[in-house]
Unconditional design. Structure first.
Length: 268
């Protein structure tokens, strides 16, 4: 088992190839691993983290974001990110934890649940997709705009995340400190994700959360995911876009808290 070493605004775990993975820990209670979206650091969780009081939240910087390194061995994949997250649990001496993954973080969480079932308590998958045959892509016009000039692309990303009139913090627009290599690696990892065949074998209790106004990852993906995983619960949030956990924070956080509380790690 590796020992966490000090890092900027948190600590580092060391992945199998020597890549440093940044993370921090807040609170007390059952451990809850938080996995952010593509090209985002753990700051993604800033506004929501106070809602998860009662859990020991462990927020991870995916490789190439935040305090972490670009990957050393050149492998950029959601399955690799899952191994990195398990390295964080190992560094902390946490044998088993709840998982909450959103967007690409939800894809990473799927692999943790499939490849390391003994490490997972309850699993929450938000605004994400299964990949492969279980993917319903965004509209081509949306994808063209996101791949276009930076100004319009950023405006489109804001529109996809939250509705008009949003006035709160919006820490979900990407990590500006990332290298070009890391950004390309994250895009590749997310686009190539395919856990479809593995999902029927997931044994953890699962809650799927999705906004029905999500154009970035259409809600059909959430329905397919919930149908693919045995006994998964599905909660659709009317009117919510991709960042449902910010737009409808009160209800979304309450659903997560309820679900995790109903599935404690230790059963007497």
């Amino acid at each position: 088992m590796s020992t966490p070493v000090p890092g900027p605004a948190g600590r580092w775990a060391i992945a199998h190839d020597g890549t440093r993975i940044g993370f921090d820990v807040v609170g007390d209670g059952e451990p809850l691993l938080l996995l952010a979206g593509q090209a985002n650091s753990r700051s993604w969780w800033g506004p929501v983290r106070p809602d998860l009081a009662g859990f020991r939240t462990i927020a991870v910087d995916h490789a190439g974001t935040g305090a972490g390194d670009d990957v050393v061995d050149g492998e950029w994949s959601t399955r690799r990110f899952a191994r990195d997250a398990v390295a964080v649990l190992d560094a902390l001496g946490v044998g088993r934890a709840h998982l909450y993954g959103t967007s690409m973080g939800g894809r990473v969480a799927q692999w943790i649940a499939a490849d390391h079932p003994g490490r997972v308590g309850a699993l929450v998958l938000g605004c994400t997709s299964a990949g492969g045959a279980g993917t319903v892509p965004a509209d081509r016009g949306v994808l063209r705009t996101l791949a276009g000039p930076p100004g319009p692309a950023r405006c489109e990303l804001v529109r996809l995340m939250v509705g008009p009139g949003w006035e709160g913090p919006l820490p979900v627009l990407g990590d500006d400190t990332m290298s070009t290599r890391a950004r390309a690696g994250h895009r590749r990892a997310s686009a190539r994700h395919d856990a479809w065949d593995a999902l029927p074998g997931v044994t953890a209790p699962v809650l799927v959360l999705h906004g029905d106004a999500d154009e970035y990852t259409p809600v059909a993906n959430g329905r397919l995911l919930a149908a693919r995983i045995p006994a998964a619960q599905l909660v659709v949030l009317p009117g919510a876009r991709h960042a449902y956990f910010l737009e409808q924070r009160e209800r979304a956080s309450a659903e997560v808290h309820r679900f995790l509380t109903e599935h404690p790690l230790a059963v007497c």
